[in-house]
Design a protein around this ligand. Structure first.
Ligand code: MLT
Length: 264
């Protein structure tokens, strides 16, 4: 896996395929391999760049007790584009990756040619949500990553899950550093409302949501789609919070037709 260095950290990323560049940002607490079905399906059509966000997969974590803001992840992604000499990209993110995509859009809107938001939301956490994040970050500190390995897979996947995918997700979560997960949890707690960013965005937008997503359900997707004129909203039947993995064919079809104008 290629790497680059930023502020003393080693950051891993995938860079595969040929065509217009698409930067894809993974969900919490996963890593870039989440995009394997898209990397395989679009090999001859798109150049897909997928970083392991700071602390996840093979990328270095910040020191224990740190908070990683969504804008920190976005700055790493922008530095990666600079490292690769890429000015403009289509940008996609799922869930936490969507929060990061919106943070990137806030910083450098001119670098985003098209936007894909999957199973995410533009709103900040309410007080109860913030409290829950604090408890999770604290539990990660005392009990380790098993806090998430036990509770998250059933929330991420439509039930009953596909056994092989369920096992893969559990494996990925168990390998995640508890410190990095806590740092990102604190960052998600502190993220701000992104309605203003989307309201200003005038480019193409595809919003995707799994039919059974219980974390960021259809109403959240609808809210984002309604804000951007000409946007497309696609509900993926049978999927939960991770439709790109649960129903890759349907997800890829939506992505392919949305990005067709970019391929000319
Ligand atoms: C994710 O899948 O990235 C997380 O569930 C996002 C969140 O907890 O808000």
């Amino acid at each position: 896996m290629p790497t680059f260095h930023r502020d003393g950290r080693t950051l891993h990323f995938l860079d595969e395929g040929d065509g217009p560049p698409l930067l894809l940002l993974h969900a919490f607490p996963l890593h870039a391999e989440q995009w394997r079905p898209q990397l395989e399906a679009f090999r001859g059509e798109l150049r897909i760049i997928a970083p392991d966000l700071r602390g996840f997969g093979g990328s270095s974590a910040d020191p224990q007790g740190a908070t990683v803001q969504m804008s920190d992840f976005a700055d790493d992604a922008l530095a990666l584009l600079d490292h690769l000499g890429i000015e403009e990209v289509a940008l996609g993110g799922v869930s936490m990756g969507g929060y990061v995509a919106l943070a990137l859009l806030r910083t450098e809107p001119s670098r985003v040619r098209a936007l894909v938001l999957s199973d995410t939301q533009m709103s900040a956490d309410d007080e109860a949500g913030k409290q829950k994040r604090s408890e999770t970050a604290q539990a990660l500190g005392t009990r380790g990553i098993q806090v998430l390995a036990e509770s998250m897979p059933q929330k991420l996947l439509a039930q009953p899950p596909q056994p092989e995918l369920d096992a893969r997700i559990r494996g990925w979560i168990s390998q995640t550093s508890a410190e990095a997960a806590a740092a990102a949890t604190r960052g998600m707690r502190e993220r701000t409302d992104a309605r203003d960013i989307l309201a200003r965005y005038a480019g193409p937008l595809l919003v995707v949501v799994g039919e059974h997503d219980g974390i960021t359900p259809l109403a959240k997707a609808q809210e984002m789609a309604d804000l951007v004129k000409g946007s497309t909203l696609k509900v993926i039947p049978g999927a939960g919070h991770l439709p790109n993995l649960e129903r890759p064919d349907a997800f890829n079809e939506a992505l392919r037709s949305f990005l067709a104008p970019l391929r000319g």
